[in-house]
Design a protein around this ligand. Sequence first.
Ligand SMILES: Cc1cc2nc3c(=O)[nH]c(=O)nc-3n(C[C@H](O)[C@H](O)[C@H](O)COP(=O)(O)O)c2cc1C
Length: 318
Amino acid sequence: MGVGHNQDDAFSMATLDLTTKLGRLTLPNPILVASGTFGYAREMERIVDLGRLGGILPKTITWEPRAGNRPSRTVETSAGLLNAIGLDNDGIELFLEHHLPYLSKLPTKVIVSIAGRDEAEFARLAERLDGLPGIAALELNVSCPNVARGVDFGTDPAKCEAVVRLVTRQCSLPVFAKLTPNVSRIAEIAQAAEAGGADGLSVINTVLGMAVDWRRRAPMLANVVGGLSGPAIKPVALRCVYEVSRAVSIPVIGIGGITNVDDVMEFFVAGASAVQIGTANYFDPLVSMKMLDALPGCLSEAGVETISEIVGTLGTAL
Ligand SMILES: Cc1cc2nc3c(=O)[nH]c(=O)nc-3n(C[C@H](O)[C@H](O)[C@H](O)COP(=O)(O)O)c2cc1C
């Protein structure tokens, strides 16, 4: 009986389909790596089989290069990481010259994260990237807590709708809006992004927080406040994914504190169609590979053959 059972498992696992459709974007599987936590990917190629990932989001790029905030820019907290990097990045021209040629040859999908200082700059970035080989989609970072006015587009529904509309009108790529949890009603922002024409939503960016050194009576971050990430924020992220996915009809990518395959399954059940792994890459660069190894077993345990069968299946009448 034991042998028969194993053969059944092997058969059903072989029929599992990890393909994930996010509107106009189809991914080979639902495990992606989050912007700002995986560099421009080249740094990781000796450790991670990049071709196995469902997708890669390089560090957010801006029009001009940015040096970011002064150090200290990161501090560890209980079950989390607080950062105030301040969008330190090479700017679009260096990205196109040095990083995209490498990224575009990878056998995986590349979703480019962009941040503009205003609507027009978001649109200019999108136009510059539109049609270039190797870019599967754009993610609009309307939710960075560590730059002046960085969250304006993610906290004001009208501004969010306007920037998404402008970008989606001027570029043919699928567009995802990355939302901040640092609002009272995230579902309203999500609906605004959907109204603006977003193909999907990435939920969530970091949670605003701070750390204090009482002996020095000083903040631990030079920027005083920063964005909290890692396991500490998983319950916040799950709640946001749940609320957002019930409020819109476009797909949601879950992000926040995901460290193992059980976390991944929780996000699917809460309403995410795919996930991005962030801080966990720092303490285990192979974490996404381990999730990919374990995912078929979990889907099989759940009695489903595709990701879409489990998405948003949370029963609230328990
Ligand atoms: C050091 C660091 C840098 C980050 N930089 C970016 C960034 O450039 N753009 C962005 O959209 N999100 C950025 N994030 C946020 C992550 O992509 C992710 O949304 C967040 O960390 C929550 O996921 P996690 O708990 O799995 O890390 C950064 C996070 C960290 C920890």
